[in-house]
Each structure stands twice: as structure tokens, then as C-alpha cells.
Design a protein around this ligand. Structure first.
Ligand SMILES: [Zn+2]
Length: 667
């Protein structure tokens, strides 16, 4: 066997194992995207070597097989799958073909693609008589008893008609979390995601189990010809289904151009975390039946619809190395160094490994093929290993006994999973706390990047944050890659930071449990650093939103002589120690922002988004990320996209940047 034959055999074996676990046992061992990636590798190899296609290759099977224990049912009309779009180019191509066939006078209907299990429901004279899974699209499994347990599925329609409808059964995120928490308590295996939990629930032989799982459903299609019900398009059909008593998803939109479709996709790519259920894409359909008929079908799917799939969130790659870094608080964090791989639209070459426990529990080794997960803005993480693909000579990974930076012995504090360096003179800890002090959300000193901080420490020019304020242009120009101009700018930025309101300093000190919000509240309430330093735990806890942990952490921090000495030195060089922001109660009700929920969108010219946000918050307004019915005002800069469209759709007041500046100047 040559290398290609070997790989094809290996992929066949893996995909059979994973497919069985997923489709038959409802206990997936890898994420779908991992399965897909391996499947695509196999498809590519088979295409290049057709003589090597196994008769039972997973590529020769369409959809899932029917599980033992349920009756098979043949669908009256096949449940076709839609072709997929993975990017804008795919959508443009789809749009071009549609326009070529039916011209420009049509509209699309966009809907959320619910990440659940496709189902078919049959009603005779208005009564629910049979429910089935999609199966392979032609033959499904009869799961009527289990579907009846879903409260959202009507047992009797509002009209005594005979009809077959299609939809998606799904498990809401909340039910999923509860179910998994319960299973963890019972020591049972956890479900990988809500879709697998929904599928597993509907394939239970005992309907009581399905009933306990709190599934729900959205219905989005009629099986067969919709025209016999006197409707002439998809949007009208959705309304009709609602009239009959079916649950339909409200987050749908009619679009007349592919640009509007893209804006809808963009909106939901951003907002899907806020939904109560998981979605994995957007479905786009040509609305009118007459035009759908004109477009027709390919062998596998309709030409009048396409499913846009969100980028894969899990992929596999190789673990090249494990990098150990020491943070501001001494915690040693292992980071995976990876063969670069595309995931969720970005190239990932580093991923979090959390801590030693994760490495040990999953037995993650150098050279392993690992599964990487990246969802939304979350830092990419290593979530698992494909043990089957492990190199033969690999050995378990051992965490070091000593700090990789200062070599002092690492310890594990009771009740914590992390290893820590507790040497207060550790270079890494000092460097990290200075980087944190100058960072954007803290003292916000421009031009003082990580490299410069390390150079300053190595050159013995600084030892703690107070030394920054003694730096001179002459000292700075001696540093590598530091010109006269940058040095001047940096000194100016450092000096300017002295004027910051005190909450920035409080953030910059990096006190445990004291984040941005807490620092602001404490500063506002006490007014000066002196007062905060003198505050007791009781006084601190008395403030709404300040908890026990924060209070004791603050008191402990300020009882430390070294910490007090640094603050004294900062005061000596003239760093402001008082709260400068306006007190919220003074301005509430006095201006057009107070008590309002405001969304900023598009590019602002005269001030940055953060500045605008800070001003609005100072005036008692709340700035949120997405437009909803609760939004009072949208401020739209240049090139505002879907948020502006949504605001207009909901009839929310919209200002441009000039309106904003004008109002701010009036206050
Ligand atoms: Zn150390």
C-alpha cells in the first residue's frame, strides 16, 4: 500500500467510527466540522484516485441511516437538502444564476437556519397523525410519540385541513445547560451541543425521556405544492403556517438585493449569541412559487434556495509546541503553538490550553493532532486530541517545576488549578504589571508597547510604574528603534496620563477582582485615592455592586506597604489621585442621554467610539451593542450598516454625528 492508499483506508475507518457514534449512538466523539474536514480530505483523495473508492466509503452514503427500533416511513415528497454557501462569492454566484433565469423582479426571504433536527409533521383533517425525522431525505424514522411531547407542536390545527409541514426541532440553550448540569451531577456523559441533545432526545424509545428534555420547534415549510392552499409564495406561506397554529421564527426578512441579504447575514453573525437557541447559518429563498417553478431543481436541491453556513468553529491541526508564559499575578499559562489553520474566518497559530489539568486530563502531547475551537471573539482553545492520529514515539507533556522566567519554584495554591510563580521580583510579573498599568483601559499611555516596557526594565531605567514618570527623552533615545520624535511623544503621553481621573489608576494597579466597572464605582463613591485606601470592608460592601471578594481584595491590597509606597511615589510625581468624572445623579434627567439605551454604529469622525461611549455614560446613558426594541436612540456615523437598517425598520430615532456633537456641546 502506498501513502495515499493508506491514508484513504485510515480516513474510511475514522469516518465510520465517528459517523456511527454520531448517527447511530447519538454520542459524537468529534465536532461536525472535524468530521467534515476529514470527509472533505477523503472526497478530494477519492476524486484524484477514483479506483481507490471503497464501496462502503462514507462518501457513498447520502445522509444518515435509520436507527433500529423505529419504524421507517417514506416521505410523500422527498425532504431535499439545500446547497450551501460559505462566503459572499458563493452568494453572488447564486444571485447571478437566479437573475439570469428569472430577471430582476423578485425578492428573497431570509430566515435563520436553526441548528436542530429536521422533522416532518402530518395532519389529517387538522389532527396530528404522524411525525418523522428527515432520515436520508427519502426515508425517515417515525417518532410521532416523541414529537407529541414538544409543546410547540400543535396536536390540532385551527383549520381541519390535511397537510404535511416541515420544520426543525431544537433544544433551547437554557434547557441544554440545565440538562448537561443535571447529567454532570448524575455522573452521566455530557452532550456535545444542543443539536446532538435534541437528536438524542427524539430518538429515545421512551417518550417520557423526550418529554423531560424541553425541546421546541420552528415550522418553515409545507411538504409538496403550497399553491393548493391558495398561497403564492414563501413569505405568505410562513404567515399561513402561523395562522394554522404553528410556531414560526419571527426573525425573517424580505430582501430585494443580495446586498440586503449580506447585511442580514452580518447582523445575525454578530447577534447570534443573544438568541435563545443555536443557529448555524441563514437560509435564503426566492419568494414567489411561480419563480421557484421557473428556476426548478438540480438532482439534489432546489435552484431557488441556498443555505449560508457560518464559518466552521472547530478544526484540526498539529500541536508544534507548548509555550509557557508567566502573567501579572504569577500564574503560569500554557499556550499551544500550532501549524497555522483557518478557523471562523481567521488564521490561528496559538491557542489557549488553560492550565496543566487540561493538558493532563486530555493527555495532550507535542506532535498531536488537536481540535481547535474558536467561537465569536473568544480566544481560540484546544478542546481535544485525535488519539488515533498520535505519532508512535510521543511522550506525555510535563509542566516544569520552576518558573520559566525567574527559575524560582512554582507552587499550586490550594483550591486553584493554576501553577504560580510567587517570587515578587520575577521579571515576567513586573513586566506584565507595567504593561497592564499603561494599557488602553488603564492609564492609556500611547507608544509604550510591550517591547519598550521590557527594554526599559532590562536597561534598569524603571523598576515599578512610578519610575515611568521620571523618564527623559535623552534616556529613551538610547533604546533600540526609538527615534527622537517617538521619544518626545512617549514622554508627552506619560506626562499627560497624570491628569487621568483616578479610576484609570485604580484599574492600572491590577488589584484582584477589581475590574473596570468596580474601579469606576469605587472612585466615584469615595472621590479620592486617600479615601479608598482608608475605607473598611464594611464601607466598601455597603456600595451597591461591590461584593465581598472585591472589598476584601481592595483592603488587602492597600494594607501592603510596598503597594502604598508605589502610590505615594505616584502622588509625588503629580499623578492625579481624585475622581474627575461627573456624578451620575447630578446629570440624570438633565440631558437627552440620561436613562436612554443608545447604540453607536458606523465610523465617527470627530471622536472615537470609546470617547463617545464614555461621554454618553458620563451623562447617564447606557451604550449597548445591538439594536432592539429596547433601543431609544441610534447614533450612526459613516458607512453604518445593518444596525442602521434595523433601527429604521423598528422606527427608532437616529442621529448623525453632527447631531451628537451639537447635543454634547449644549450640555
Ligand atoms: Zn518567576
Amino acid at each position: 500500500m502506498n501513502e495515499i492508499e493508506q491514508r484513504i483506508a485510515e480516513l474510511n475507518k475514522l469516518l465510520h467510527e465517528y459517523g456511527y457514534a454520531y448517527y447511530v449512538l447519538d454520542k459524537p466523539v468529534v465536532a461536525d466540522s472535524v468530521y467534515d474536514q476529514l470527509l472533505h480530505e477523503l472526497i478530494a483523495l477519492e476524486e484524484a484516485n477514483p479506483s481507490l473508492i471503497f464501496p462502503d466509503s462514507p462518501t457513498q452514503r447520502v445522509g444518515g441511516t435509520v436507527v433500529e427500533g423505529f419504524k421507517k416511513v417514506t416521505h410523500d415528497y422527498p425532504m431535499l437538502s439545500l446547497s450551501n454557501a460559505f462566503n459572499e462569492a458563493d452568494l453572488q454566484e447564486f444571485d447571478r444564476k437566479v437573475r439570469q433565469a428569472i430577471g430582476d423582479h423578485f425578492s428573497y426571504v431570509c430566515e435563520l437556519k436553526i441548528d436542530g433536527l429536521a422533522i416532518s409533521l402530518k395532519y389529517e383533517n387538522g389532527v396530528f397523525v404522524q411525525g418523522a425525522t428527515r432520515g436520508d431525505g427519502v426515508v425517515g424514522e417515525e417518532i410521532t410519540a416523541n414529537l407529541k411531547t414538544i409543546h410547540a407542536i400543535p396536536l390540532r390545527l385551527k383549520e381541519p385541513i390535511t397537510i404535511e409541514v416541515r420544520g426543525e426541532a431544537y433544544m433551547p440553550k437554557k434547557s441544554f445547560e440545565k440538562l448537561n448540569a443535571q447529567r454532570a451531577d448524575n455522573g452521566e456523559e455530557l452532550f456535545a451541543n444542543p443539536r446532538n441533545a435534541a437528536a438524542g432526545s427524539l430518538r429515545q424509545l421512551d417518550p417520557k425521556i423526550a418529554a423531560s428534555r424541553q425541546l421546541s420547534t420552528f415550522i418553515y415549510a409545507i411538504g409538496g405544492d403550497g399553491e393548493i392552499y391558495g398561497i403564492d409564495g414563501h413569505a405568505e406561506m410562513l404567515d399561513y403556517l402561523e395562522d394554522l397554529g404553528f410556531p414560526s421564527n419571527k426573525e425573517r426578512q424580505r430582501c430585494s438585493t443580495i446586498e440586503e441579504v449580506m447585511a442580514f447575514i452580518e447582523h445575525w453573525t454578530e447577534n447570534r449569541p443573544h438568541l435563545a437557541y443555536e443557529i448555524d447559518g441563514i437560509v435564503i429563498k426566492v419568494d414567489r412559487y411561480a419563480q421557484q417553478d421557473e428556476l426548478g431543481y438540480t438532482a439534489k436541491s432546489p435552484r431557488w434556495a441556498i443555505a449560508y453556513k457560518f464559518p466552521a468553529e472547530e478544526v484540526v491541526t498539529t500541536l508544534l509546541d507548548i509555550d509557557l508564559t508567566v502573567g501579572r499575578t504569577g500564574v503560569v499559562t500554557p499556550t499551544a503553538i500550532l501549524t497555522p489553520v483557518q478557523v471562523a474566518g481567521t488564521t490561528v497559530q496559538r491557542a489557549s490550553l488553560h492550565n496543566e489539568d487540561l493538558i493532563r486530563d486530555k493527555d495532550i502531547r507535542l506532535g498531536d493532532t488537536v481540535i481547535i475551537r474558536k467561537a465569536g471573539d473568544i480566544i481560540p482553545q484546544v478542546v481535544g486530541v485525535l488519539i488515533e492520529q498520535r505519532p508512535e514515539n510521543s511522550v506525555p507533556f510535563e509542566m516544569p517545576k520552576n518558573c520559566p522566567v525567574c527559575d524560582s519554584e512554582l507552587i499550586r495554591i490550594e483550591g486553584e488549578v493554576a501553577l504560580r510563580c510567587v517570587n515578587p521580583a520575577c521579571f515576567a510579573q513586573i513586566a506584565e504589571s507595567i504593561k497592564y498599568f499603561v494599557s488602553r483601559n488603564a492609564m492609556n499611555i500611547d507608544g509604550l508597547g510591550d517591547k519598550v516596557v521590557e527594554q526599559l526594565l532590562r536597561a534598569d531605567l524603571i523598576h515599578d510604574v512610578s519610575d515611568l514618570y521620571h523618564l527623559t527623552i535623552e534616556q529613551l533615545v538610547e533604546l533600540e528603534r526609538m527615534g527622537e520624535k517617538s521619544a518626545t511623544n512617549l514622554v508627552n503621553a506619560i506626562q499627560a496620563s497624570k491628569e487621568n481621573s483616578m479610576e484609570r489608576l485604580l484599574i492600572g494597579l491590577g488589584i484582584r477582582h477589581v475590574g473596570e466597572k468596580a474601579a469606576k464605582i469605587v472612585s466615584e463613591q469615595f472621590g479620592s485615592m486617600e479615601a479608598v485606601m482608608a475605607a473598611t470592608e464594611e464601607q466598601l460592601v455597603a456600595i451597591y455592586e461591590i461584593g465581598d471578594k472585591m472589598a476584601s481584595s481592595l483592603v488587602e491590597y492597600f494594607s501592603n506597604d510596598d503597594a502604598r509606597a508605589v502610590i505615594e511615589r505616584l502622588a509625588e510625581v503629580g499623578v492625579n489621585m481624585t475622581f474627575k468624572g461627573k456624578k451620575v445623579e447630578v446629570v440624570v434627567g438633565d440631558n437627552p442621554f440620561a436613562g436612554k439605551t443608545i447604540v453607536l454604529t458606523g465610523k465617527l469622525e470627530q471622536l472615537t467610539r470609546n470617547e463617545a461611549k464614555a461621554k454618553i455614560e458620563e451623562l447617564g446613558g447606557t451604550v449597548t451593542g445591538s439594536v432592539s426594541k429596547k433601543t431609544d436612540l441610534v447614533i450612526a456615523g459613516e458607512d453604518a450598516g445593518s444596525k442602521l437598517a434595523k433601527a429604521e425598520q423598528l422606527g427608532i430615532e437616529v442621529w448623525n454625528e453632527d447631531n451628537l456633537i451639537e447635543q454634547l456641546n449644549l450640555i
